[in-house]
Structure formats: C-alpha cells, structure tokens
Design a protein around this ligand. Structure first.
Ligand code: NDP
Length: 285
C-alpha cells in the first residue's frame, strides 16, 4: 500500500534580537539534511516585549524546541516548565527542549565547548586560565568545573563581574579558583594546561583587537581555545598556533552546541564535519 504523504515539517528556531546575522540556521539545516530529516530551523527576531507570546506560539505550534540568544537567555526562564542542571547553575538558557509536552530550559554553550575540548583533552585535573567573565565564560567555567578541572584562574577587566563569577564557581561548583583583575598585560602561568578566550575580543568587525596577553607565555604544552566564531582564525588562535599550542576555534564550540541541541530535539547524532563546512562556507564568503 502507498505510504500516506507527510508534508508537515518539524520546527525548531532561534529567538533573538538582533538575530539576522546569527549563522546557526545554515549549520543546523545542513545537519538535518545529512540526517535525512525534514526539519526546519527558523531564525526569528523576537522583541523582549513579545517573548511570552513567542514561547506560547512555539508551544501552540508544537515546536520541538528553540534556541535563545541575546537578549532572551535569562528572560525566557519564567515562561518555561523547568530547567536542566547547567541552566539552573548558570541562571541562563540557550536551548529549550520539549519533553513530554513540557518546555525544559537547557544551557548548551558550555557543553558545546566541553564536547570540542574533550575531543582533544580532558579538563579533569587540569589548571585552566579563563579570560572573561560574561555569559560564555560562566557557561564554560561551570562545565569545565563539573568535568573536574583542578583549578581556574579567572581573568577579567571588570572586578565586580569577575568576583561574582569566581564566587559562583567556588560556591556552587566547588572549584578551586582565583581571580585576577585584568588591568595590565597578563602572563599565563607555566603550569596552565588549558587557556580559554571567553571574551568578545576579536569578534567581527573589530578584527584588529588584541588580548592584553604576554603571548610568549603561551607554551606548546597548553591547549588554547577561543570562543569567537567570526572570524574563526582570530589573532589569539593564530598566535597560539605560532607558539605550538593545540588550538580549538570558536566554530568548534558552535558546532558542539548544535550537536547537543540536535541530540536533545531529535535523539540523533549529527555529522559535525557537515556543520563545520556549512559555517566555513559562510565565513569565507
Ligand atoms: P558578554 O558581553 O557577557 O561578556 C563579554 C566579556 O568580554 C566580558 O568578560 C568582558 O569584560 C570581556 N571583554 C570585552 N572586551 C574586552 C577587552 N577589550 N579586553 C578584555 N576583556 C574584554 O558576552 P558573552 O560572554 O555572551 O560572549 C562573549 C563572546 O563569546 C562573544 O564574542 C560571542 O560571540 C562568543 N560566544 C561564542 C559561542 C560559540 O558557540 N562559539 C557561544 C557563546 C558566545 P568586562 O566584564 O571587563 O567588560
């Protein structure tokens, strides 16, 4: 007997504002095509005043979930039915998943980073230098801490923000941590195993921006990771490669969180190479 045709796609999305320059859609749809799934990932500009209605709309239309980006990562929480552990610790949600009819907030920013990191080296027992104390640093600090890092040196310009994050990582994740105020060129301690740029320094269009680092303190024994997806080859990435470090670029983190989102929504494992290629095609245009 002929199969009944199915013209109904499954829907996921990203809600943000501004959102037009967000490259997640081509990456996710490349992954769906690779899996043979007739899914759509929509890039939706949602004003803060419309967030509650947007979430209601996603429920009504049976979305499998959605990503949240600036400015909705914290504001979305009251409209959800529950939070996963990382999202609860971070107080921020970037991925909502429909489970048994309920919308559950997860945070895949740090998990995406960890997925990329663990493909090279485990953070367990390692000393980590974390540059920055914003949302990305918080997500990475929590996941690296939960994964068993021995110590984090947190470096940030704004002291209040830095100390707040250091306090959270110490009290909620039980990390051994010290905070360094970033008011001069920072020298990476020799015993460091992993250095992470979690600041926005290097992000398009400010391509000349440089981290206030003593780049000679980068050693081949260190793994250097950057969160900046655009451009992927930041000054930090290039400098670390020149010093012989193993390097993870910001696309790997983006792909890592996309893989986790797809697994949450579809239960399937997507192909990271297809996803990275979709991003490289965009950034090399
Ligand atoms: P936030 O605005 O929350 O934090 C920005 C951080 O960068 C702060 O710690 C800030 O320091 C620091 N910073 C900014 N300018 C400088 C400077 N000139 N020198 C030193 N530090 C500086 O941003 P997010 O944490 O949300 O995002 C940070 C970056 O991470 C963005 O570029 C974003 O694109 C990227 N990102 C990448 C992801 C990926 O998947 N690849 C996922 C999520 C984010 P201070 O507190 O002193 O102002």
């Amino acid at each position: 007997m002929a199969q009944t045709p199915n013209f109904k796609q499954e829907l996921v999305a990203v809600f943000g504002k501004p959102v037009a320059e967000n490259p997640t859609q081509p990456m996710m749809e490349a992954a769906f095509r690779g899996l043979g799934l007739d899914w759509r990932y929509l890039t939706m500009e949602v004003d803060p005043a419309g967030l509650a209605d947007a979430v209601r709309g996603a429920r009504a239309m049976g979305f499998a979930g959605f990503n949240c980006t600036i400015p909705h990562k914290v504001a979305v929480i009251p409209y959800l039915d529950g939070l996963g552990k990382s999202a609860e610790l971070m107080g921020a949600v970037n991925c909502v998943v429909r489970r048994d009819g309920k919308l559950i907030g997860e945070n895949t920013d740090g998990k995406g980073f960890l997925k990329a990191l663990e493909a090279r080296v485990s953070p367990k027992g390692k000393r980590v230098v974390l540059l920055g104390a914003g949302g990305a640093a918080r997500a990475i600090g929590v996941e690296v801490g939960l994964a068993g890092a021995a110590h984090i040196t947190l470096v940030n310009r704004d002291e209040k923000r830095g100390r707040e994050l250091a306090g959270l990582l110490s009290s909620r994740v039980g990390l051994s941590i010290d905070f360094v105020r970033w008011d001069r060129v920072f020298r990476i301690p020799e015993e460091t195993g992993i250095v992470v740029n979690a600041t926005s320094v290097g992000l398009f269009p400010d391509l000349q921006a440089r981290l206030e680092l003593d780049f000679d303190s980068l050693l081949p024994s260190m793994l250097a990771a950057d969160v900046i997806p655009n451009p992927p080859r930041t000054h930090f990435v290039r400098s670390a490669e020149e010093k012989g470090c193993e390097v993870i670029d910001g696309l790997e983190m983006l792909v890592g969180q996309g893989l986790i989102g797809i697994k949450y929504w579809t239960g399937r494992d997507a192909d990271p190479a297809l996803m990275r290629k979709a991003l490289l095609d965009i950034f090399s245009r």
